[in-house]
Design a protein around this ligand. Structure first.
Ligand SMILES: [Zn+2]
Length: 254
């Protein structure tokens, strides 16, 4: 039983614990090329949150990892079988209810730990910040915590070398042999501004990729995944501790 994982701990322990910061992981349920499981984002974000929580406790920080929310925004993948979509407005409603509980009980610091590229929490936290003015609401995307290019050879953003390596480290029992993976080739937009990355339109997933992957997973290894995982968990534990130690009303330098 890990005392920093809410799903595993109990009222006896929680009653006498002063939680300094809550961490809410948020994943997605979606196809990940041919070779990774639908819950890839959930396995990844739960494991990262748990390891960061463990390390934060090791630094003396009373962080509490809340249960992961397993469905994310998949609006661009409406025709991909069993990709379960939560609309941003539904996410807003869920987040609002969770934050209301924390706010009422005096747990005023929350880190929203995002595990899925389609989830965009900044606008939600802007609006909720107006409603819950005493709270410190922070979000981070796990895939941007450290520089991916220092760990992986091929770039990508879905079921790519990074995600495949992480899953080979975390749940190798759920990864098909890499010969069965597609190449994760992304078809670029014919619109120049979008292709160059300075204009944006949501990608129509089934037009952009044939195997649902974006990024070649073939050079993935368990060792790369293990190193990347440890680097993220370490930095995240630092963020959790930093937030716990910072007074909300005095959080900017002189
Ligand atoms: Zn993913």
């Amino acid at each position: 039983m890990r005392p920093y994982i809410l799903a595993e701990t109990n009222w006896k322990a929680i009653k006498k614990l002063d939680v300094e910061v809550a961490v809410l992981p948020w994943g997605a349920t979606e196809a990940h090329n041919y070779h990774l499981p639908y819950a890839t984002d959930n396995y990844q974000i739960e494991a990262i949150a748990a390891e960061a929580g463990k390390r934060a406790w090791g630094l003396g920080t009373k962080a509490m990892i809340l249960p992961n929310i397993p469905f994310g925004v998949n609006t661009g993948q409406k025709d991909i079988d069993l990709n379960i979509n939560l609309n941003p407005s539904t996410q807003f409603a869920i987040l609002s209810d969770v934050i209301e509980v924390l706010n009422r009980q005096g747990i005023l610091k929350l880190i929203l730990l995002n595990g899925h590229g389609g989830n965009g929490f900044k606008p939600l936290l802007r609006e909720l910040g107006l409603k819950f003015t005493k709270m410190l609401l922070v979000t981070t995307n796990f895939f941007q915590i450290v520089d991916k290019s220092a760990f992986f050879e091929e770039s990508g953003d879905h079921a790519d070398e990074m995600e495949t390596s992480l899953m080979l480290h975390l749940r190798p029992d759920l990864v098909l042999p890499l010969e069965e993976a597609g190449l994760g080739k992304e078809r670029k937009s014919r619109i120049k501004g979008i292709r160059e990355g300075w204009a944006w339109s949501e990608r129509n997933w089934s037009m952009v990729t044939v195997d649902t992957g974006i990024g070649n997973p073939k050079k993935a290894t368990k060792e790369k995944g293990q190193k990347f995982f440890a680097a993220i968990a370490q930095k995240l534990a630092g963020l959790i501790t930093d937030i716990a130690q910072t007074e909300i009303e005095n959080r900017y330098e002189d």
